[in-house]
Design a protein around this ligand. Structure first.
Ligand code: GDP
Ligand code: MG
Ligand code: K
Length: 300
């Protein structure tokens, strides 16, 4: 730690419409696959903290589930989580896609921002997708909508200007302790990451047939005495019988492939051989049963 300056630390919430690149940014900064990336909206449904530690500061990022107009109970719940988060954090990073016009989703988020006193950075992502001339009008447009403390154009994918953003975040961080050990990048239990890795594979392999509403519950994680491998048992929860058929596939082919791909990722995560067993269960309308949300790992 530098002796001339006080140590700084703080919590940052990343908000923005689905697919603007929040997880990509987090993964670039933290340098490890902790937030699941997908081109399907709403892959991230829970708070994931990525901890970025330097010798004079610690930033704790929260990959907030997308704020959007709730269509059902789960959406409602997600939005409440996101809104509570906004008031508790030190900085809000509102991320937009440079390549997409201002939309209803952004309007909705800006309305929510007006209810907080937290400093807000506008992060214009995917600048690799636009001509530099398009940037200035975009900045002017957003400046008129909200008093952003900083406006930072980046490419989370290619890394452009991410260092600048980190430096600006540092400026706004309050003095504070190092909350987490320097080598810790996430405080989420591996259980959640594993369930997201499995969910990601199902979503990728089923394309549009299976909605993001599926859940994956980890039933068991335990070390096997005889060979040192880690046993993981998990259940994929779908809403309809037809979806169960799709996830299992012809003669179990699709589920087997999901298992193979997920197992490779889980082995990389745990640094150990993994034995993965998957089940598929139909649970009708689970999204609207609030009481069950907690069981699936959602926390307020
Ligand atoms: P999230 O829903 O906001 O978490 O978005 P993701 O991080 O999952 O990214 C959605 C998609 O946008 C993925 O296909 C990313 O590879 C892509 N993406 C993210 N950042 C950039 C970027 O800076 N440039 C480009 N071209 N694509 C990006
Ligand atoms: Mg995400
Ligand atoms: K996504």
């Amino acid at each position: 730690m530098n002796n001339n300056t006080e140590y700084k630390s703080g919590f940052i919430s990343i908000i923005g419409r689905p697919n603007v690149g929040k997880s990509t940014f987090l993964n670039r900064v933290i340098g490890q696959k902790i937030a699941i990336m997908s081109d399907k909206p709403q892959t991230t449904r829970n708070k994931i903290q990525g901890v970025y530690t330097t010798d004079d500061s610690q930033i704790i990022f929260i990959d907030t589930p997308g704020i959007h107009k709730p269509k059902h109970k789960l959406g409602d719940f997600m939005m409440k989580v996101a809104q509570n988060t906004l008031k508790e954090v030190d900085i809000i990073m509102f991320m937009i896609n440079a390549d997409e016009g201002y939309g209803r989703g952004d309007e909705f988020i800006i309305e929510k921002l007006k209810n907080t006193n937290t400093p807000v950075f506008l992060v214009i992502n995917k600048i690799d997708q636009i001509h530099p001339d398009e940037l200035f009008p975009l900045i002017e447009q957003y400046k008129a909508l909200y008093p952003f403390k900083e406006i930072v154009p980046i490419s989370a994918l290619q890394g452009n200007n991410v260092d600048t953003l980190l430096r600006q975040i540092h400026e706004y961080l309050p003095e504070g302790p190092q909350y987490y050990p320097a080598d810790q990048v996430t405080d989420h239990p591996e259980r959640f990451i594993i369930s997201e890795l499995i969910r990601e594979k199902v979503l990728h392999m089923t394309r549009e047939e299976i909605p993001h509403s599926i859940a994956v519950v980890i039933d068991q994680i335990k070390k096997r005495e005889n060979n040192g491998a880690i046993y993981v048992g998990a259940t994929i929860i779908v809403e309809r019988d037809s979806q169960k058929g799709i996830v299992i596939g012809k003669q179990g082919k699709l589920l087997k492939e999901v298992g193979q791909k997920a197992r490779a990722d889980i082995e990389a995560l745990l640094g150990s051989k993994v034995f993965l067993e998957l089940w598929v269960k139909v649970q009708k309308d689970w999204r609207n049963k609030s009481g069950q949300l907690r069981d699936f790992g959602f926390r307020e």
